[in-house]
Design a protein around this ligand. Structure first.
Ligand SMILES: C[S@@+](CC[C@H](N)C(=O)[O-])C[C@H]1O[C@@H](n2cnc3c(N)ncnc32)[C@H](O)[C@@H]1O
Length: 216
Protein backbone atom coordinates (compact mmCIF):
# COMPACT_ATOMS: atom_id res chain seq x y z
CA UNK A 1 0.00 0.00 0.00
CA UNK A 2 2.88 2.33 0.85
CA UNK A 3 4.45 1.61 -2.54
CA UNK A 4 1.12 2.21 -4.24
CA UNK A 5 0.74 5.58 -2.49
CA UNK A 6 4.24 6.63 -3.59
CA UNK A 7 3.54 5.47 -7.13
CA UNK A 8 0.30 7.47 -7.21
CA UNK A 9 2.15 10.58 -6.00
CA UNK A 10 4.90 10.13 -8.55
CA UNK A 11 2.85 9.36 -11.65
CA UNK A 12 -0.34 11.34 -11.10
CA UNK A 13 0.05 14.09 -8.48
CA UNK A 14 3.57 15.03 -9.63
CA UNK A 15 3.31 13.63 -13.17
CA UNK A 16 0.29 15.81 -14.01
CA UNK A 17 1.76 18.75 -12.02
CA UNK A 18 -1.62 19.30 -10.40
CA UNK A 19 -0.38 21.37 -7.44
CA UNK A 20 1.71 23.62 -9.67
CA UNK A 21 -1.06 24.16 -12.26
CA UNK A 22 -4.31 24.17 -10.27
CA UNK A 23 -4.45 27.96 -9.89
CA UNK A 24 -3.87 28.56 -13.60
CA UNK A 25 -7.50 27.57 -14.26
CA UNK A 26 -10.66 28.84 -12.55
CA UNK A 27 -12.05 25.29 -12.33
CA UNK A 28 -9.34 22.60 -12.55
CA UNK A 29 -10.67 19.36 -14.01
CA UNK A 30 -9.08 15.93 -13.57
CA UNK A 31 -10.08 12.66 -15.24
CA UNK A 32 -8.99 9.37 -13.70
CA UNK A 33 -9.29 6.16 -15.68
CA UNK A 34 -9.94 3.52 -13.05
CA UNK A 35 -11.11 4.54 -9.55
CA UNK A 36 -9.85 1.20 -8.19
CA UNK A 37 -9.10 1.42 -4.47
CA UNK A 38 -9.63 5.20 -4.40
CA UNK A 39 -5.97 5.98 -3.79
CA UNK A 40 -5.80 8.40 -6.73
CA UNK A 41 -8.75 10.30 -5.27
CA UNK A 42 -7.35 10.33 -1.70
CA UNK A 43 -3.96 11.67 -2.83
CA UNK A 44 -5.61 14.26 -5.09
CA UNK A 45 -7.91 15.39 -2.30
CA UNK A 46 -4.97 15.66 0.13
CA UNK A 47 -3.22 17.89 -2.39
CA UNK A 48 -6.12 20.04 -3.63
CA UNK A 49 -8.90 20.00 -0.99
CA UNK A 50 -8.91 23.82 -0.75
CA UNK A 51 -9.05 24.42 -4.51
CA UNK A 52 -11.78 24.63 -7.17
CA UNK A 53 -11.56 21.11 -8.52
CA UNK A 54 -13.73 18.62 -10.36
CA UNK A 55 -12.33 15.10 -10.34
CA UNK A 56 -14.18 12.60 -12.55
CA UNK A 57 -13.25 8.97 -12.08
CA UNK A 58 -14.46 6.13 -14.30
CA UNK A 59 -14.82 2.65 -12.84
CA UNK A 60 -16.32 -0.49 -14.37
CA UNK A 61 -16.57 -2.56 -11.15
CA UNK A 62 -19.41 -1.45 -8.85
CA UNK A 63 -18.01 -3.58 -5.99
CA UNK A 64 -14.89 -1.41 -5.83
CA UNK A 65 -16.98 1.73 -5.41
CA UNK A 66 -19.16 0.08 -2.75
CA UNK A 67 -16.06 -1.14 -0.92
CA UNK A 68 -14.55 2.34 -0.88
CA UNK A 69 -17.80 3.89 0.38
CA UNK A 70 -18.08 1.32 3.18
CA UNK A 71 -14.46 1.60 4.27
CA UNK A 72 -14.18 5.42 3.99
CA UNK A 73 -17.30 6.86 5.68
CA UNK A 74 -15.43 10.14 6.30
CA UNK A 75 -15.96 11.04 2.63
CA UNK A 76 -19.78 10.60 2.69
CA UNK A 77 -20.16 9.76 -0.98
CA UNK A 78 -23.75 9.98 -2.24
CA UNK A 79 -25.16 7.74 -4.92
CA UNK A 80 -26.99 10.13 -7.29
CA UNK A 81 -28.27 7.44 -9.69
CA UNK A 82 -27.26 3.97 -10.92
CA UNK A 83 -24.23 5.37 -12.75
CA UNK A 84 -23.14 8.36 -10.68
CA UNK A 85 -21.66 8.80 -7.20
CA UNK A 86 -20.67 12.17 -5.80
CA UNK A 87 -18.64 13.66 -2.97
CA UNK A 88 -18.47 17.42 -2.33
CA UNK A 89 -16.41 19.37 0.16
CA UNK A 90 -16.01 23.15 -0.16
CA UNK A 91 -15.14 23.64 -3.84
CA UNK A 92 -13.79 20.13 -4.45
CA UNK A 93 -16.14 17.70 -6.19
CA UNK A 94 -15.52 14.03 -6.94
CA UNK A 95 -17.80 12.26 -9.40
CA UNK A 96 -17.38 8.51 -9.81
CA UNK A 97 -19.01 7.30 -13.01
CA UNK A 98 -19.82 3.59 -13.13
CA UNK A 99 -19.43 1.92 -16.52
CA UNK A 100 -17.05 1.14 -19.35
CA UNK A 101 -14.70 4.08 -19.91
CA UNK A 102 -14.97 3.64 -23.69
CA UNK A 103 -18.73 4.28 -23.42
CA UNK A 104 -18.63 6.88 -20.65
CA UNK A 105 -16.27 9.12 -22.60
CA UNK A 106 -18.87 9.36 -25.39
CA UNK A 107 -21.25 11.30 -23.14
CA UNK A 108 -18.57 13.23 -21.25
CA UNK A 109 -19.17 16.99 -21.26
CA UNK A 110 -15.98 18.18 -19.53
CA UNK A 111 -12.60 19.16 -20.94
CA UNK A 112 -9.82 18.03 -18.62
CA UNK A 113 -6.55 19.63 -17.51
CA UNK A 114 -5.11 16.41 -16.08
CA UNK A 115 -5.69 12.78 -17.04
CA UNK A 116 -4.54 9.87 -14.90
CA UNK A 117 -4.33 7.01 -17.40
CA UNK A 118 -4.37 4.26 -14.76
CA UNK A 119 -6.23 1.45 -16.51
CA UNK A 120 -5.01 -2.13 -16.20
CA UNK A 121 -2.04 -3.00 -18.39
CA UNK A 122 -2.25 -2.91 -22.20
CA UNK A 123 -2.09 -6.73 -22.42
CA UNK A 124 -4.92 -7.16 -19.97
CA UNK A 125 -7.03 -4.21 -21.11
CA UNK A 126 -5.92 -3.17 -24.62
CA UNK A 127 -9.08 -1.20 -25.49
CA UNK A 128 -7.99 1.52 -23.07
CA UNK A 129 -4.63 1.94 -24.84
CA UNK A 130 -5.57 2.32 -28.51
CA UNK A 131 -5.24 5.25 -30.92
CA UNK A 132 -9.05 5.50 -30.93
CA UNK A 133 -9.20 5.74 -27.13
CA UNK A 134 -6.48 8.39 -26.98
CA UNK A 135 -8.30 10.39 -29.68
CA UNK A 136 -11.42 10.33 -27.52
CA UNK A 137 -9.33 11.59 -24.61
CA UNK A 138 -7.95 14.42 -26.76
CA UNK A 139 -11.52 15.42 -27.67
CA UNK A 140 -12.11 15.87 -23.94
CA UNK A 141 -8.85 17.61 -23.13
CA UNK A 142 -8.14 21.26 -22.46
CA UNK A 143 -5.26 22.55 -24.63
CA UNK A 144 -3.19 22.70 -21.41
CA UNK A 145 -3.75 19.01 -20.55
CA UNK A 146 -1.12 16.70 -19.10
CA UNK A 147 -1.88 13.00 -19.32
CA UNK A 148 0.29 10.71 -17.26
CA UNK A 149 0.72 6.95 -17.15
CA UNK A 150 3.09 4.40 -15.68
CA UNK A 151 3.36 2.61 -19.04
CA UNK A 152 6.48 3.12 -21.14
CA UNK A 153 5.65 0.56 -23.83
CA UNK A 154 6.71 1.59 -27.34
CA UNK A 155 3.45 0.38 -28.79
CA UNK A 156 1.42 2.47 -26.32
CA UNK A 157 3.62 5.51 -26.91
CA UNK A 158 3.02 5.11 -30.65
CA UNK A 159 -0.75 4.96 -30.00
CA UNK A 160 -0.57 8.25 -28.10
CA UNK A 161 1.57 9.90 -30.80
CA UNK A 162 -0.74 8.76 -33.62
CA UNK A 163 -3.70 10.19 -31.72
CA UNK A 164 -1.98 13.58 -31.56
CA UNK A 165 -0.26 13.78 -28.17
CA UNK A 166 3.30 15.11 -27.73
CA UNK A 167 5.32 12.82 -25.48
CA UNK A 168 8.06 13.06 -22.91
CA UNK A 169 9.39 10.57 -20.41
CA UNK A 170 8.25 10.52 -16.84
CA UNK A 171 10.04 9.46 -13.69
CA UNK A 172 10.99 5.90 -13.00
CA UNK A 173 9.34 3.90 -10.25
CA UNK A 174 10.76 0.71 -8.74
CA UNK A 175 12.07 -1.64 -11.40
CA UNK A 176 10.49 0.30 -14.28
CA UNK A 177 13.07 2.51 -15.92
CA UNK A 178 10.70 5.19 -17.12
CA UNK A 179 7.06 6.15 -17.66
CA UNK A 180 5.16 8.43 -20.04
CA UNK A 181 3.72 11.96 -19.94
CA UNK A 182 1.68 13.45 -22.79
CA UNK A 183 0.62 16.99 -23.69
CA UNK A 184 -1.03 18.77 -26.60
CA UNK A 185 1.35 21.74 -26.38
CA UNK A 186 5.05 21.81 -27.29
CA UNK A 187 7.04 19.09 -28.98
CA UNK A 188 7.84 15.47 -28.17
CA UNK A 189 11.23 14.59 -26.71
CA UNK A 190 13.64 14.07 -29.61
CA UNK A 191 15.34 11.10 -28.00
CA UNK A 192 12.03 9.33 -27.45
CA UNK A 193 10.96 9.93 -31.06
CA UNK A 194 14.27 8.51 -32.33
CA UNK A 195 13.83 5.45 -30.12
CA UNK A 196 10.25 4.92 -31.34
CA UNK A 197 11.32 5.24 -34.96
CA UNK A 198 13.78 2.38 -34.48
CA UNK A 199 11.22 0.20 -32.69
CA UNK A 200 9.19 -2.31 -34.74
CA UNK A 201 6.26 -2.00 -32.30
CA UNK A 202 2.99 -0.86 -33.87
CA UNK A 203 0.51 1.67 -32.55
CA UNK A 204 -2.39 -0.28 -31.09
CA UNK A 205 -5.75 0.09 -32.84
CA UNK A 206 -9.17 -1.16 -31.73
CA UNK A 207 -9.24 -3.82 -34.46
CA UNK A 208 -5.96 -5.32 -33.13
CA UNK A 209 -7.08 -5.69 -29.51
CA UNK A 210 -8.34 -9.28 -29.46
CA UNK A 211 -5.10 -10.62 -30.96
CA UNK A 212 -3.01 -8.37 -28.75
CA UNK A 213 -4.59 -9.95 -25.65
CA UNK A 214 -3.93 -13.47 -26.95
CA UNK A 215 -0.24 -12.88 -27.65
CA UNK A 216 0.81 -13.35 -23.98
C1 LIG B 1 -4.85 -0.01 -11.83
S1 LIG B 1 -6.49 0.07 -11.29
C2 LIG B 1 -6.75 1.76 -10.87
C3 LIG B 1 -6.14 2.15 -9.56
C4 LIG B 1 -6.71 3.43 -9.01
N1 LIG B 1 -6.42 4.59 -9.84
C5 LIG B 1 -6.31 3.64 -7.58
O1 LIG B 1 -5.81 4.74 -7.26
O2 LIG B 1 -6.53 2.72 -6.79
C6 LIG B 1 -7.40 -0.05 -12.81
C7 LIG B 1 -8.89 0.11 -12.63
O3 LIG B 1 -9.49 0.29 -13.91
C8 LIG B 1 -10.78 -0.29 -13.88
N2 LIG B 1 -11.18 -0.58 -15.27
C9 LIG B 1 -10.71 -1.56 -16.07
N3 LIG B 1 -11.31 -1.51 -17.28
C10 LIG B 1 -12.16 -0.47 -17.24
C11 LIG B 1 -13.07 0.09 -18.19
N4 LIG B 1 -13.19 -0.42 -19.42
N5 LIG B 1 -13.79 1.16 -17.80
C12 LIG B 1 -13.67 1.70 -16.56
N6 LIG B 1 -12.82 1.20 -15.63
C13 LIG B 1 -12.08 0.14 -15.96
C14 LIG B 1 -10.54 -1.57 -13.05
O4 LIG B 1 -11.76 -2.08 -12.54
C15 LIG B 1 -9.58 -1.08 -11.98
O5 LIG B 1 -10.25 -0.68 -10.83
Amino acid sequence: MHGAANETELHYINGCQIKERVKEHSYFKILEIGFGTGLGFIKTYEALSEENVLMVSYEIQAELIDYFINTHPQFSINQINTELYEFKSKNFTLQIKLGDARKLIQSETNKFHAIYQDAYSPRRNPYLWTVEWFKDLIDHSDKDVIMSTYSASSSIRKSMLSAGFKLYSGDKFGKKRTSTRARLKGESETEMLAHLERSPALALRDEMCENYKKRD
